[in-house]
Design a protein around this ligand. Structure first.
Ligand SMILES: [Zn+2]
Length: 220
């Protein structure tokens, strides 16, 4: 899943406004960030093959370190602890914990059965939403749309950049997501790790920036 994770990051900012949007998006994407680092390090691998349906060329084989339920709970706890030590905000820490775990749940919904429970355990879960392009557009696209509406109503751009840089990247993310589910497989699978790492880092940086450019609207 892609924009579905961002949607959770945006929603979490609404639930706990003390959190930066950058931190909530980091939490929502954390397993993918770990995955791209593991790919670059050669610890995790994926295969790419063309098949019917959305994002179907993506066949993960050994993603237990980044995408198993047990490891995601550990990444979630580490992020929540680090945040709590820094900000002493218990509610924010719990929200971050839940947001990281939501990544696993959403990937189970989206992926074909390739989602592990723990390293070394061979049970793999996946409901395969991404095998249907129309269902993906409705469910994941709907989440993304709802999250943007909520976020735009809750914040106010402080300058032109808060409007334009926000909307340009929102549209780019939606296009990239559509290409991911309906487009051809990437031409160079071996570069997937490094290009994903750059992509996730840029989107998290953008989220921190948006958090500064779009302060909360005063309550009416
Ligand atoms: Zn993922």
């Amino acid at each position: 899943m892609l924009v579905g994770h961002f949607a959770v990051g945006f929603a979490a900012k609404r639930i706990e406004p003390q959190l930066s949007l950058g931190t909530t998006v980091l939490a929502s994407m954390l397993p993918d960030l770990v995955w791209s680092i593991c790919m670059v390090a050669g610890i995790e691998h994926v295969e790419f093959k063309k098949a019917i349906g959305a994002g179907n060329y993506f066949a993960a084989s050994d993603i237990a370190l980044s995408h198993s339920l047990l490891m995601d709970a550990i990444w979630a706890a580490l992020l929540a602890l680090a945040y709590f030590r820094l900000r002493r905000n218990l509610r924010g820490a719990w929200v971050l914990f839940a947001v990281v775990l939501s990544h696993w749940v959403l990937d189970v919904v989206a992926h074909r059965p390739d989602m592990p429970l723990a390293p070394g355990i061979h049970t793999l879960l996946g409901l395969g939403l991404w095998t249907s392009i129309p269902a993906t557009l409705v469910v994941e696209g709907g989440m993304w749309l709802a999250a943007i509406v909520v976020y735009v109503h809750a914040t106010r751009p402080g300058s032109w950049a808060g409007t334009y840089v926000f909307w340009i990247v929102v549209v780019l993310l939606a296009l990239l997501w559509y290409n991911n589910i309906a487009g051809p497989p990437p031409p160079n699978p071996s570069a997937a790790g490094i290009s994903s790492l750059i992509f996730f880092s840029l989107t998290i940086a953008w989220s921190y920036w948006m958090n500064r450019l779009r302060p909360a609207r005063p309550p009416r």
